[in-house]
Structures are given as structure tokens and as C-alpha cells.
Design a protein around this ligand. Sequence first.
Ligand code: 5RP
Length: 250
Amino acid sequence: MFLLKRTLTSIRHYSTMCSLEDAKKVAAFKAVDEYVKNNYIVGVGSGSTVVYAVERLAERVNKEKLNLVCIPTSFQARQLIIKHKLVLGELEIHPQLDVCIDGADEVDENLTLIKGGGGCLLQEKIVASCAKQLIIIADHTKNSVQLGDKYKKGIPIEVVPISYVPIKNKIETMFGGELVLRMAVAKAGPVVTDNGNFILDWKNFKQTKDWQKINAEIQLIPGVVETGLFIGMAEKAYFGQEDGSVKEQS
Ligand SMILES: O=C(CO)[C@H](O)[C@H](O)COP(=O)(O)O
């Protein structure tokens, strides 16, 4: 009897748990519903969570007849905008955005982010820097106290191809850890970004509260194009939870 009760409880518990995809979706939908208004210029981030945000943008444009212009942060984002028949814009015409909605690989307690798991960090940072508000959407696995607590693939750093070995050596000497050239999966050789650069993933870095200083020092190394550290940029993060609710952090 006791065993049967325990089994029933765990079945009930399981049935109320959401998949990671559901968690991404509820976060994305809530962010789009709360932050996107008529006549907005909207930055569209990259990654698997943003797919749901674009789905919701398209639903709202169709139902509410919203007039939006969408600025992509990557080739993927551009394709999503086109696929959903949203209005595609560019920074040359719309250098000021009302809001940018993007995913993240990790979000710490200060809303400092690791981004670039999908290799789109440079354009993501440019577009976010032009937006009045950067809103992050993610599942609960991205929500941590300190960077590196949860995301183990490292901090992405986009570099000019000829400089990857000197940059790797310099950062390892200056700050420790290990920088690994990101390799492509369906192509021989390294990942080449949308901007024709390489990505070094900085793994096993020391945890710190001083990301601002470290980031500034890394950005000064010749050949570094941009880092995946987004410091003081995000206004709010929405994390979809296992129970279908959404946790907000600001
Ligand atoms: O920074 C990114 C791409 O460069 C993505 O936002 C980040 O990797 C999160 O992606 P996902 O939503 O698939 O977890």
C-alpha cells in the first residue's frame, strides 16, 4: 500500500513537470507579451529559445495587428524573421531599438551573462547595445549564482582567425583556465562565425566578481573581436520553470 502511494505520488509529480522546451516557451511567450508593444523596433536574438519568441511575435502581429520591425542578431534570426513573415529591419535604418529579446547560456545573480553558445555573440552584443532594454529568456538550467556554476562549455571569445593562438596563450597566462578553439560539427575545421571569425571557448576559468575588469583587459588584446560576457546590459531575465511557471529576475 505504502509503495503504491509513493508510486502514485511520483507519477502525479512527473505529470506536472515541464520539458526544457516547454520551459523555454513559457519564458519566451511571457517576455514577448510583457515587453513588446505596437510600433516597436525589436531586436531578435539567436538560439533555440528565441525560436519561441519569434513564434509569439508572429502570433501577436497577426492577432493584434502590431506594427513591428525586427532586427536580427544572426543569420539564424534573419531566417526566423523571414519565415514568420515579420518585417525585417537593419541597424543602418533603425539604429535605435525599443527592446531586444535574446537567450543566454548562463545568467548570474547580478544579471551578468554568458552568451555565444550558438556563436552569435558579436551581433547579439551590437544589437543589444542599441536597444533601450535587453530582455533575456531561458529555461531554469541557465539561472545560476556565479558564472561557471552551471554552464561548463566556457566563455566564448570571438577572435580574428590569425590571432587565435597568441590570444589563447595570452589569456591563459593572464587569467588561467584553458581556451579551446571551437570546432565545427558538420564541417572539417573550426566554427566560422557569421562575421568570418573563430571562437575560443574559455573553460575552467576562475570564478570572480570582477568580470568588468577582466572583460575590459581581454577586449584590449589585439585580435579579440568581442567576448560573450554581457555585463550590465540585461534589464530582466525570464526563466521557465519545471512546473510551468516563470521566474523573473531584475
Ligand atoms: O548566445 C546565444 C547564441 O550565440 C544564445 O542566446 C545562447 O546560446 C542560448 O541559446 P539557447 O536558447 O539555444 O539555449
